[in-house]
Design a protein around this ligand. Structure first.
Ligand SMILES: Cc1cc2nc3c(=O)[nH]c(=O)nc-3n(C[C@H](O)[C@H](O)[C@H](O)COP(=O)(O)O)c2cc1C
Length: 168
C-alpha cells in the first residue's frame, strides 16, 4: 500500500465585522509560515466590505465560507486542528457565549468548543462596550469552556501574530 503524504494541520480563521479586519491577511500569512493550511469563515457582516475577500481567497486557495452548505453538499473544509477568531466582535462573542448559532461562524464556534480543539480569540471591542456586564459574563463563560483570549486591543498593535500563540 502506498503511504499517503501527511496533511498539514488545518486552521479555521473566523473573521467578524470589525474595522481592523482589513488586516487579516497578516494573520493568514503568519499561520501559513508556521505550516498551517488555512480556511477562512467570515460572518455575513464581515463579508460586507470589511476585508479584501478576493485577496484572502487567493492567499488561502479556498473560497471563504460564510453561509451554511446545502444539505447533501460535501463539507468544504476539513475538520479544524485549531481555530482563531480574529477580530472577534462584541456581538459574536456575546452570541457565542449565549449559544446562539444563527451564522455559520457562530454555529462553527459553538460546535468546535465542544470538541476540545483549541480556540484562540483576539477581541476587537472598545472599552465602552467591554464595560457592558453581558460582555464580562461572556468572557467568564467562554473561558470556562476552555477558550483562550488575547489581550484587549489598545488601539496600537492588534496582535495578529500573537493570536496564533493562543492555539500553540
Ligand atoms: C466600520 C465599522 C467598524 C466596526 N468595528 C467594530 C469593532 O471594532 N468591534 C465591534 O465589536 N464591532 C464593530 N462594529 C460593529 C459590528 O460590525 C456589528 O456589531 C455587527 O453586528 C457585528 O457582526 P458580526 O459579529 O456578525 O461580525 C463596526 C461596525 C462598522 C460599520
Amino acid at each position: 500500500m502506498t503511504e499517503q503524504p501527511e496533511q498539514p494541520p488545518f486552521l479555521y480563521v473566523v473573521v467578524c465585522a470589525a474595522g481592523i479586519a482589513s488586516g487579516v491577511g497578516r494573520l493568514i500569512a503568519a499561520a501559513q509560515e508556521q505550516g498551517w493550511d488555512v480556511g477562512v469563515i467570515a460572518t455575513p457582516h464581515a463579508m460586507n466590505g470589511f476585508f479584501d475577500t478576493a485577496a484572502v481567497e487567493e492567499r488561502t486557495g479556498r473560497p471563504i465560507r460564510s453561509a451554511w452548505r446545502r444539505p447533501g453538499d460535501p463539507r468544504p473544509f476539513p475538520d479544524p486542528d485549531a481555530v482563531v477568531v480574529a477580530p472577534a466582535t462584541f456581538n459574536t462573542i456575546n452570541k457565542w457565549a449565549a449559544g446562539i448559532a444563527d451564522t455559520l461562524a457562530l454555529g462553527t464556534l459553538c460546535e468546535v468548543a465542544g470538541t476540545g480543539v483549541p480556540i484562540g480569540v483576539q477581541p476587537c471591542v472598545s472599552a465602552a462596550l467591554a464595560a457592558h456586564p453581558a460582555y464580562q459574563d461572556s468572557l467568564i463563560r467562554l473561558r470556562g469552556m476552555g477558550v483562550r483570549f488575547g489581550l484587549p486591543y489598545d488601539g496600537a498593535d492588534f496582535g495578529w501574530e500573537r493570536a496564533l500563540d493562543l492555539v500553540e
